[in-house]
Ligand binder design. Structure first.
Ligand code: ADP
Ligand code: MG
Length: 717
């Protein structure tokens, strides 16, 4: 702790608060709370409204409510497991059942008929009307006032309940200094934004005033929450910017384009690049020619041709004597890349090494030896990041499908290039060699290229990818015919099967995709096996293949190959085919239980058809009746093939968590901010962030530490 801030009461350890002994301090540590300021910024997850009593008659299932009533009847019983049922009634003369599965005998005895109690809990439909399962409750003796303010509910941990934590937070709040000491954002930056002072905002969020706007607080739109959301977004933004600055301090090899080699590569391709591919490839080329590490995201819809853009980047590394690693999140997708890369590079005499989890024993040692020896290109899965994988001189790290990896994984691959010595052809100037000897040469880092097929709306990209430059492939290769999408009730399954028969008789191929909501390989595999058996029976003249995640890779590959070379006409699959499968002759896709899938996944799946020049159809089979949300999703799919439109819609329907993938949001873990709800704050966040970094880097650092604390340490890496 620097002495300059030693007057900051927020930096004192939490154990300096009265009543916080070593045991409690250790429990707080599990929540990431070490200092007093960590308690200030440990914000409520939500609120419970115990400021009023709801008459039982007015209760509605799905809500949480506070109810007061008199015990009418008590019943302990045993059906599958012990349970206690307590019926209460109030002046509205309706009955509510409180149901307990875990209870002690004395507890059951408390509920004698005639006893008054007040309880709070979620209302749901039970067997006999409305009920509350395991409500919080207290017995009432005489008149007891209701709470005056909303009750803050905090993230807690084992051994530390709401009440105890609330008391500790109260003690921490008592140490909040005055506004000028607390505030980190300089007045001239903050003032134009018209936000509430930080001190008032913290107090208002932890301990809402009796007259606070309850609806606004519950919706996260209260000015106090907005002030904190702004700061939190700013802290995340600053940490990503700092991460970027750290990486950019490193040295990367300059990888200028070799025009002759590039021409040979392009001439051998079976197609010409789209204008978008050319533009993005030039943007990448501009980055790679410099000695600062590239940090670039290429976003492009399914089928927009990201792979060849990545290959052109790899070609630049090859031309300059540096290695490229291309990492994909699934083996299937990595294999698809391997095939493309081998087809493009091997005719030029450039080797492509394969490394995935299933590469073991001698094959693995051989692959590792190649990489350590400087093999030009490696394609694979997470296996590329594992310990024991050494690159002689990694110059470019490419990660496909970013939303399935997190920032940390991206960095792990980058770290593979860290220790690499300069390559023979990129040795740097004499002065640099001089400084290396003195240990002054900036640490080395490879260029990074990230590919994503999930187009990210701009505001979201600003928050999630502030550390990356973004290029967009906004054009599909020519000759694609837009996919016609229809939604069909499962009751018309026979008609759909008939359509498959007709299409396949016509020489076309089709996918039948089985989906289950559970993320369970085994159940998915079973569902696919059942569908496969049914379709084989219904279409006896067709060759029907099957792939699912439970198959041995060799069996899976054989099934894929058979479909690819046309020896099977219909492929029954689980969502393992979501990414990377490329069979232009497939022009019909049936997706079962389409109502259960999110928009992003439906769009990815649909991207497997419409790759050739025949008109393709995607049939979304659904189980009626449809929920409102499912109806909107299917309608969106019917209306558009544009991944960006779909992503925007998805964002509105589902929120960012699903769009970015759970891992990513877990990593971002916002406390008050919601990157969709608060998207309008982003331009100000960017503006203030840039000004802070330019003029007040020390304040930027303190602000990040306040909000992200220990998690910010990864930004130092
Ligand atoms: P994605 O962006 O979804 O990763 P791919 O790189 O897999 O797309 O490309 C999809 C298909 O389009 C592949 O078969 C690829 O060879 C082909 N392709 C890529 N670029 C072009 C182009 N410019 N013209 C024609 N076909 C192309
Ligand atoms: Mg791809």
């Amino acid at each position: 702790m620097s002495s300059r801030h030693s007057n900051d009461p927020g930096l004192a350890p939490a154990s300096s608060l009265p009543g916080v002994g070593p045991a409690l301090a250790a429990t707080l540590g599990k929540l990431g709370i070490e200092r007093v300021q960590d308690l200030w910024f440990h914000l409520p997850l939500r609120y419970e409204d115990r400021t009023r009593i709801t008459p039982i008659r007015d209760l509605a299932a799905g809500e949480s409510a506070q109810v007061e009533g008199v015990v009418e009847a008590v019943e302990t019983g045993f059906r599958y497991r012990p349970q206690l049922r307590v019926a209460i009634t109030d002046a509205s003369r309706e009955t509510l059942v409180l149901r307990f599965f875990h209870f002690r005998r004395q507890q059951a005895q408390q509920f004698a008929p005639g006893v008054r109690l007040r309880c709070f809990g979620a209302i749901r439909h039970g067997q006999h009307g409305l009920e509350m399962v395991h409500p919080q409750y207290r017995m009432l003796h005489g008149d007891v006032a209701v709470e005056e303010t909303l009750t803050s509910i905090y993230p807690v941990t084992e051994g530390l309940g709401q009440q105890r934590l609330r008391a500790v937070i109260d003690k921490a709040l008592a140490r909040l200094p005055d506004e000028t000491t607390l505030e980190l954002i300089p007045h001239d930056l903050l003032q134009p934004l018209g936000l509430m002072p930080l001190r008032d905002a913290l107090l208002g969020v932890h301990r809402p005033a009796p007259d606070a706007d309850v609806q606004a607080l519950l919706a996260g739109r209260h000015p106090a929450q907005q002030r904190l959301a702004f700061e939190e977004l700013l802290a995340h933004h600053l940490s990503l910017k700092r991460l970027r600055a750290q990486v950019r301090k490193h040295r990367a090899p300059a990888l200028p384009t070799d025009p002759a080699l590039q021409k040979r590569f392009l001439d051998a391709l079976p197609f010409t690049l789209t204008r978008a591919q050319e533009r993005v490839s030039n943007e990448i080329g501009g980055d790679l020619a410099k000695r600062a590490p590239m940090l670039r995201l290429v976003q492009g819809d399914v089928g927009s041709g990201k792979t060849v853009v990545a290959a052109l980047a790899a070609l630049r590394a090859v031309a300059n004597g540096w290695q490229t690693a291309l990492m994909a999140p699934t083996e299937l997708l990595a294999e698809q890349h391997l095939r493309s890369f081998r087809a493009w590079f091997e005719p030029l005499g450039i080797d492509v090494v394969w490394l995935a989890g299933k590469v073991t024993g001698r094959a693995r040692s051989k692959a590792l030896a190649h990489l350590a020896d400087g093999a030009p290109i490696a394609v694979g899965t997470h296996a590329l990041m594992q310990e024991g994988v050494e690159f002689a001189r990694l110059g470019l790290a490419i990660v496909d499908e970013q939303h399935r990896f997190g920032v940390q994984q991206r960095m792990a691959l980058r770290d593979k290039g860290r220790a690499a010595p300069p390559a023979p052809r990129a040795r740097g100037t004499d002065a640099e060699r001089q400084s290396t000897r003195k240990g002054f040469l900036p640490e080395y880092a490879p260029h990074q290229l990230v590919l994503t097929a999930t187009p990210i709306p701009r505001t979201l990209a600003m928050s999630a990818y502030a550390d990356l430059d973004v290029s967009t492939l906004d054009e599909l290769p020519p000759g694609r015919t837009p996919v016609r999408t229809v939604a069909i009730a499962n009751t018309r399954r026979e008609e759909v099967i008939e359509r498959i028969r007709a299409a396949c008789a016509d020489g076309r191929q089709a996918y039948w995709v089985c989906t289950l909501i559970e993320d369970n390989d085994q159940l998915q595999a079973q569902a696919a096996e059942v569908a496969h058996a049914q379709l084989c029976a219904a279409l006896p003249r067709l060759a029907v293949g099957l792939v699912h995640g439970r198959m041995k890779p060799s069996v899976k590959q054989a099934a894929m190959d058979a479909f690819k070379d046309g020896s099977t006409a219909l492929l029954v699959a689980t969502t393992v085919i979501e990414v990377g499968v490329d069979v232009p002759n497939a022009s019909l896709m049936v997706i079962e239980n389409a109502e259960r899938l999110g928009l992003a996944q439906l769009h990815q799946l649909r991207g497997r058809v419409g790759r050739g020049n025949v008109a393709s159809t995607c049939a979304l089979l659904y189980q009626p009746p449809l929920s409102g949300l499912a109806k909107q999703r299917l309608e969106t799919m019917r209306e558009t093939n544009d991944g960006f439109v779909i992503a925007e819609k998805d964002l509105r329907l589902r929120g960012p968590g699903e769009l970015l993938g759970t891992r990513q949001t877990g990593e971002m873990g916002f406390r008050v901010a919601d990157i969709v709800r608060d998207a309008s704050l982003m331009p100000a966040v960017q503006r203030v962030g840039a000004a802070l970094l330019r003029a007040h880097p020390a304040l930027a650092k303190r602000l990040t530490a306040r909000w992200i604390g220990a998690a910010a340490r990864f930004a130092e890496a």
